[in-house]
Design a protein around this ligand. Structure first.
Ligand code: URA
Length: 206
């Protein structure tokens, strides 16, 4: 896992090389579109055979804030858009309560194709898909990346245990909170979830 951490921090430190005749915004959009095309055509793991659509992610590039979930569910698989099902509606409500505008946030998940019956992603699926997230971080260049739930925290930070991971900044830009699906299952978590999102609001402006 330390290799993975090194890879993510390498992304943080690396700057995009840019031809002088292109402006940064245009580069970001073009890079993101090429990456989306690669994800949509990806055949690196067997989930590509069972998916309807891959779900690369959505949002602006650059963006100050990125949210990273676990994996697409049924509605995401059908629409190709992240967080549009029940968990997505809860996320929308929480973002609104926290004063965050979803249209300004880049939203994606660790793996881009739906696992059958919404099971947890397998290690080998995460390993094949993680380079796409790393490339997205490089292109979107978010100031803060919020990892939603244990799958995202384990994939990126190599750590699990939301209670212990919340409330700290990891490797200068990662924060961890609950996955919206966990909040759906236990509504008592909503107040803490909203307060974690509120904190993002101030971190992204620092
Ligand atoms: N859960 C996720 O982690 N990602 C989605 O896009 C939808 C639900």
């Amino acid at each position: 896992m330390s290799v993975r951490i090194q890879r993510v921090s390498a992304i943080q430190k690396e700057s995009l090389s840019m031809p002088e005749d292109k402006n940064l915004l245009q580069m970001n959009r073009e890079d993101l579109r090429s990456l989306e095309d690669a994800i949509s055509a990806c055949r690196l793991c067997p989930l590509s055979q069972s998916r309807t659509l891959a779900v690369p992610g959505a949002g602006p590039a650059p963006a100050r804030l990125m949210l990273v979930g676990e994996a697409p569910g049924r509605e995401e698989d059908l629409s190709g858009k992240p967080f549009v099902g029940r968990a997505g509606r809860l996320l929308d409500a929480a973002l609104e309560q926290a004063g965050l505008d979803r249209s300004e946030i880049f939203i994606t998940s660790v793996i881009k194709c739906r696992p059958p019956n919404n099971r947890k992603p397998l290690k080998k699926e995460t390993t094949s898909c993680l380079p796409y997230l790393e490339a997205q971080i490089k292109i979107v260049r978010p100031k803060v990346v919020c990892l939603l739930g244990n799958t995202a925290a384990a994939a990126v930070l190599g750590r699990q245990g939301i209670q212990a991971l919340r409330g700290r900044i990891w490797q200068e830009r990662f924060v961890v909170t609950y996955h919206p699906a966990a909040v759906l299952r236990n509504k008592n978590l909503m107040a803490d979830f909203v307060s974690d999102l509120e904190r993002l609001n101030s971190l992204q402006d620092k």
